[in-house]
Design a protein around this ligand. Structure first.
Ligand SMILES: [Zn+2]
Length: 699
């Protein structure tokens, strides 16, 4: 699970889960991921000028830590949100852009990674060329859909749309517009080999709630969505567009009704369903599965893990019950929408007008060069990342990062040892898990090989098409092979971090190990508050409701006793109830269950990082800096990780579709930590005050 933060990163997933999937689709499509130009922290330490001293820390810690910054910050028109760490993302993107430009000027030999970077970027930047081709690149695909004669051929065509575009546990991307999505990862029941996980899909809007919620904003979004579908069809040369759009929407609505909720998707026990190809016919009749798998190139694959069986049964039944023509319209619209960024401006702009302006409230698109950087990062991430890491991640930063990880891991060990509720045998398993944990710092041990990805100059549509297929074939090619626990799931230039539960591994990319998260020149308290809490957050996922389902080798094995589980469930239910009380909008509360794993990780992350910091002092006193005690600096640095401004539509999208709480509530979780009360002299009667028994203590 990613750590991160909201929708700021260039991939949608941010730190373990920082980012969210549904937003990922939204923001990647819109290119809304690059943060705005906001000055970096001016000094090596907390950003004192972001503090609003008119707010009492005990009443509203988030606004105390970030209020002055929030007051003076305006969200640029091409962004859905900005954060105080935006400068870091901007810096990373500028560096990446410069690397890409160098590649573009290098005249590298054809077929080399450098030439691919250049050709992909230039093909995206060639607006005149894209315009001149018009709808031509789309035509063979739309013709193939139009030629589908019956449900047998439909099954094959649906199979051909399967891509490796979802990720249930690492980057937590649960959204695919295709009927289903493939995720290749270590098996639930054989963690030594890669297995095929299939996830529900079929809707373009980010989550089922967009189709089902009664909220006025969602009803409005639906009306505008139907108009948008019609507009896209018209631009692609279709007739009878309103009737088609209505049918496409109705089909997606029927699919959404049967989708499993985001909160339920987190439960791996509900997801651990092994189906043979014969099981699909028996348990999910309707779709001709043998033909579907033939289309997907998976006829030889004997077993799949079906994440949401009820959705598979329902979606398969809809393939049988709904008219062929409706499915063909649905396929055509999805084909157009999912390639809009590689099509002429009219289509690309219409797509942004709905997904960018309407759904996330962003008035303007990012400049094209920034979107070009996203495209290259997305499809050639490791090729760029290798150069990025060589140039921007010195060995000293790696060593310092490893030292912090060691201190925080040691703090976790002590906390586990001291727990009075956990059985000794369970503690031993937890310690074994810590011992076997692989922590990747900066960049992977080896890099993806792009030699089979054909990138052609002047063919953006083809490059996008082949990029998706290349990734799909790479993932399918791994099925059944030996698991590499040191495989990374984020590129070095990603401002995020991630926990990989099936590998018992963490990744901290080079790009997050920079100020304001990590600054070798800053006081230790600030580094422990900023990046240390993120490290603690990721480690905590190793033991949380999801992590407790996997042992030290990544096997699905419940290593907790009944009473361990009872205590954990009781403690975490209290945290879910605490978050249920937060209301970002009068008609929309935080969903404590949906965000529980991330909220637990935040509390645990601060607790462990705080201990790791105290231990790093080795008993020596630490001086005040910038007018704050070291404890105050640590908590302020933590809260400043989450300082952000979001447009209402984007905030709503996050609350509904993300497993991370909005930044404000993440920062305010300091109310569960005793040391915060003494650091800021927080008293009963203040708004964030919790009596000691009401503070949630898990680890
Ligand atoms: Zn997380």
């Amino acid at each position: 699970m990613k750590f991160r933060h909201q929708n700021f990163s260039s991939s949608r997933a941010m730190v373990c889960a920082l980012l969210v999937l549904s937003l990922t689709v939204l923001f990647v499509r819109l290119g809304a991921a690059i943060p705005a130009d906001v000055p970096a922290k001016p000094v090596h330490g907390i950003a004192v000028d972001h503090i609003d001293r008119s707010v009492q820390p005990g009443d509203d810690f988030y606004h105390y830590a970030n209020g002055a910054w929030i007051k003076k910050t305006v969200i640029p028109p091409d962004r859905a949100a900005v954060g105080v760490f935006t400068a870091l993302s901007d810096l990373t993107n500028k560096r990446t852009a410069a690397l890409i430009e160098e590649a573009a000027n290098a005249k590298a030999p054809a077929g080399s990674s450098t030439a691919k970077i250049a050709d992909l970027y230039n093909s995206y930047m060639d607006e005149a060329g894209i315009e001149a081709k018009g709808l031509k690149p789309l035509k063979p695909h739309l013709d193939a859909i139009a030629a589908i004669k019956d449900k047998h051929e439909l099954a094959h065509a649906l199979g051909e749309t399967l891509r490796a575009d979802v990720d249930a546990l690492n980057n937590t991307h649960f959204h695919t517009p295709n009927l289903f999505g493939l995720w290749v990862a270590p098996g639930f029941n054989d963690s030594e080999h890669y297995a095929a996980y299939l996830l529900q899909g079929g809707i373009e809007l980010p989550d089922r709630e967009y189709y089902l919620s009664d909220a006025a904003s969602m009803r409005d979004a639906r009306t505008k969505y139907v108009a948008h579908v019609a507009a896209m069809l018209k631009l692609a040369g279709f007739t009878d567009i309103d009737a088609r759009a209505k049918r496409i929407f109705d089909l997606e609505h029927a699919i959404a009704e049967k989708h499993t909720t985001l909160a339920d998707n987190d439960d791996i026990h509900k997801a651990n369903n092994t189906w043979t190809q014969a099981d699909f016919n028996a348990k999910a009749p309707g779709l001709e599965w043998a033909e579907y798998f033939r289309g997907a190139g998976l006829s030889q694959q004997k077993e799949f893990t079906v994440w949401q069986p009820t959705a598979f049964s329902a979606e398969s039944a809809l393939v049988a019950s709904e008219p062929l023509e409706t499915w063909k319209d649905w396929l055509a619209y999805h084909m157009i929408e999912d390639h809009a960024d590689a099509l002429p401006k009219a289509l690309s702009d219409e797509s942004f007008a709905f997904f960018g302006k309407t759904l996330s409230g962003t008035p303007q698109r990012r400049p094209r060069w920034q979107r070009g950087v996203f495209v290259v990062d997305r499809w050639l991430g490791d090729a760029v990342g290798k150069i990025y890491a060589e140039r921007y991640f010195p060995p000293e930063a790696k060593a310092k990062g490893q030292e912090m990880v060691a201190n925080i891991t040691a703090a976790f060990r002590k906390r586990i040892e001291a727990l009075d509720w956990m059985a000794p045998a369970t503690k031993a398993e937890a310690q074994a898990k810590l011992s076997a944990l692989y922590v990747g710092i900066g960049y992977p041990e080896h890099w993806h090989d792009y030699s089979a990805f054909e990138v052609k100059a002047g063919d953006m549509f083809g490059n996008l098409w082949r990029g998706r297929l290349f990734e799909y074939h790479r993932e399918v090619g791994r099925l059944g092979t030996q698991v590499d626990r040191k495989e990374w799931s984020m590129s070095p230039q990603t401002v995020n971090a991630v926990n990989l539960p099936l590998q018992n591994a963490l990744n901290f990319p080079a790009a997050i190990l920079q100020p304001p998260f990590f600054d070798p020149k800053a006081p230790a308290a600030v580094n422990y508050g900023a990046i240390g809490t993120v490290i603690g957050h990721e480690i905590s996922h190793t033991f949380d409701s999801e992590g407790s389902a996997f042992d030290s080798q990544g096997r699905v094995r419940n290593w907790w006793t009944e009473s361990d589980l009872e205590h954990f469930n009781a403690a975490t239910a209290k945290l879910a109830a605490q978050y249920d009380t937060y209301k970002p909008f009068p008609d929309l509360s935080i969903n404590g269950k949906q965000t529980l794993a991330e909220n637990i990780a935040d509390v645990a992350g601060i607790a462990a990082s705080y201990d790791g910091y105290r231990a790093s002092l080795g008993g020596k006193p630490a001086p005040e800096q910038q007018g704050f005690t070291t404890d105050q600096q640590l908590f302020l640095a933590f809260a400043q990780d989450y300082g952000s401004k979001m447009r209402d539509a984007a905030l709503r999208a996050q609350v509904m579709g993300d497993s991370h709480s909005p930044g404000q509530y993440r920062a305010d979780t300091v109310r569960n930590i005793d040391a915060w009360y003494s650091a800021f002299n927080v008293k009963p009667g203040q708004k964030l005050y919790l009596a000691p028994p009401d503070r949630v203590r898990i680890w």
